[in-house]
Design a protein around this ligand. Structure first.
Ligand SMILES: Nc1ncnc2c1ncn2[C@@H]1O[C@H](COP(=O)(O)OP(=O)(O)OP(=O)(O)O)[C@@H](O)[C@H]1O
Ligand SMILES: O=P(O)(O)OC[C@H]1O[C@H](OP(=O)(O)OP(=O)(O)O)[C@H](O)[C@@H]1O
Length: 320
């Protein structure tokens, strides 16, 4: 109770308590210098150096807390935000509160947790496209997005217009499963599934293949429509963007004759612009941010246009 009272005046920030997004999120918080100590089994942690409290929640519940404005900021998967949106629309279509979007606003993508929500069927089965599953049974944890996806397919197949603001009466049966969804086809619970795929290993191990994509997802930073402290939200967003940039880029430095600068800076245009410093004898030193995943090719090309003393340095942190 005492801890709950000490939330007063603090920005509430929801983070995934377990699962695929947990560790990368904790790394991001550390990079943004958000310092906290989480007591064993407690789902609330007060941040020591900022007026923030972290709330540890399942990734799937974070859009609900943020969407209702109970929590100001959150990190979760874009798939979860879209599922929440679809659930809010479906509830509104069934006469619930009017749908005004889920109430979550995306601030930025976070560069981890990339995966696709895909329609999957047995590899050697009779289904070749999602439309072949109309009227069949589909297992998923993403019931609202899946219902919406099949409502659109059915409308197309029937030559009618899809209207998500009206209650959907589906020919396809959607069965809600909370995990290990890939087992559903082999065990006869479903004809096809809608589940997340990253490497495809789980899907292939279960003898399934992907035939359609419902949503492409990545981890995102989201905020409620009216956060309690918008300035602090902006500060956290700016720190997190800085950490992501530092993770994505390296700093590339090299020397080149002035006559070669135009060609070289075409190869390393920088995030905004390269820094060029004059040296003796008509040479210049260039310093430029380059995407980590492109650096080997960039170094090959720089060598080809006459760059020397090429150095690549890690970036610890950045701020725009
Ligand atoms: N294989 C994956 N690769 C990358 N990101 C993933 C993968 N699986 C899930 N995610 C992302 O992580 C989010 C949370 O998924 P995860 O399976 O870790 O949930 P969880 O909170 O542990 O719940 P549960 O274990 O009950 O399914 C997903 O919504 C998705 O955005
Ligand atoms: O394409 P892959 O790289 O194999 O990843 C996909 C798997 O990862 C997720 O599950 P997770 O392992 O998080 O466990 P869960 O099934 O309990 O949610 C997802 O639900 C898939 O099962």
């Amino acid at each position: 109770m005492e801890l709950v009272n000490s939330l007063e005046g603090r920005l509430l920030f929801a983070v995934p308590k377990k699962g695929r997004l947990n560790q990368a999120t904790l790394n991001l918080l550390e990079g943004a210098d958000i310092q906290f100590r989480r007591e064993n089994r407690l789902d609330i942690a007060l941040v020591k150096n900022l007026p923030i409290a972290l709330i540890f929640l399942p990734a799937a519940d974070i859009p609900t807390f943020v969407g209702q404005g109970r929590v100001d900021l959150g990190i979760t998967g874009w798939d979860q935000v879209r599922e929440h949106d679809a659930a809010v629309s479906a509830a509104a279509a069934h006469g619930g509160a009017p749908a005004q979007g889920s109430g979550c606003e995306m601030i930025t993508e976070l560069g981890f947790g990339s995966c696709k929500l895909q329609v999957q069927v047995p590899e050697k089965g009779q289904y070749a496209s999602s439309a072949d599953l109309i009227g069949r049974t589909v297992g998923t944890s993403f019931v609202s997005l899946t219902a919406d996806f099949f409502a659109q397919l059915e409308a197309k197949a029937n030559g009618t217009a899809h209207d998500s603001s009206r209650p959907q009466i589906l020919q396809t049966k959607i069965v809600e499963l909370s995990g290990s969804v890939e087992a559903a086809c082999a065990l006869g619970v479903a004809d096809g599934i809608v589940d997340l795929v990253e490497s495809g290993e789980t899907m292939r191990a279960a003898g399934l293949k992907a035939i359609d994509t419902v949503v492409e997802s990545t981890a995102v930073l989201i905020k409620s429509r009216s956060p309690s402290n918008p300035d602090l939200v902006d500060l956290i967003a700016s720190r997190i963007r800085g950490v992501i940039t530092a993770q994505r880029y390296v700093l590339c430095q090299y020397n080149i004759e002035r006559s070669g600068v135009a060609a070289a800076t075409k190869i390393t245009p920088g995030k905004r612009a390269p820094t060029i410093t004059s040296l003796d004898d008509g040479w210049v030193a260039v310093s430029s941010m380059v995407e980590k995943k492109k650096i080997a090719l960039v170094m090959d090309e720089l060598t080809r246009v006459g760059a020397h003393d090429i150095l690549v340095l890690d970036i610890h942190n950045t701020r725009e």
